[in-house]
Design a protein around this ligand. Structure first.
Ligand SMILES: [Zn+2]
Length: 186
């Protein structure tokens, strides 16, 4: 992916230290705002463009329960017109990070330094989301069956032509043909 050549923040940023809450004992909780407005690496070839949301961390007997609805943005290719765009979606989170680690009952755990790693959690959710078809916009017109041209972009040219006819500006000869076609159609 060419995106990996752009600058991005380390996935270490996705680690939250919950050591303070562990020592407070069961029944305590804290809500932590998460605001990352920049590109972060989630896995070797997986990036998010931003991450936002409030995460509630609750100390239970089994560890820390993390609850949130995170707004995630990733770069995707439109499944209709193939343009790249930033796709925003919500990730509901309700996950127990076990302490001490308990691989039989919880996939996620708190490491020896008291960190929980959101990267693992996000990775799973993003991979699930990537199985769904997405469109750059609700009314994406897709590609022309005749010549493969992105019909969303063609619309821009049409608007340009219409603007010109209003101002009576001289028309580019290539656009004049298109204007002729449009006039015939109207
Ligand atoms: Zn599209």
């Amino acid at each position: 992916m060419s995106s990996s050549t752009n600058s991005y923040l380390s996935k270490r940023l996705l680690k939250l230290n919950v050591g303070f809450l562990l020592s407070e004992g069961p029944g305590n909780s804290r809500t932590i705002p998460i605001t990352i407005p920049e590109r972060v690496q989630v896995d070797d070839d997986l990036f998010i463009e931003s991450l936002n949301g409030d995460m509630t961390l609750s100390r239970t007997k089994e560890g820390i329960l993390a609850q949130a609805t995170l707004q995630v943005a990733t770069k995707r290719e439109c499944d209709r017109c193939l343009d790249e765009f930033v796709h925003k979606f919500d990730v509901p989170v309700e996950e127990l990070f076990a302490f001490p680690p308990d691989p039989d009952n919880s996939v996620f755990s708190i490491d020896s330094t008291g960190d929980i790693d959101l990267a693992l959690l996000l990775r799973e959710e993003i991979l699930i989301e990537e199985d769904y078809r997405v469109f750059c916009r609700e009314d994406c017109k897709g590609l022309s069956a005749e010549n493969g041209i992105n019909l969303n972009h063609e619309e821009d040219i049409v608007e340009e032509v219409e603007d010109m006819s209003v101002t009576d500006a001289p028309i580019d000869p290539r656009l004049a043909i298109l204007k002729q076609l449009l006039d015939d159609r109207n």
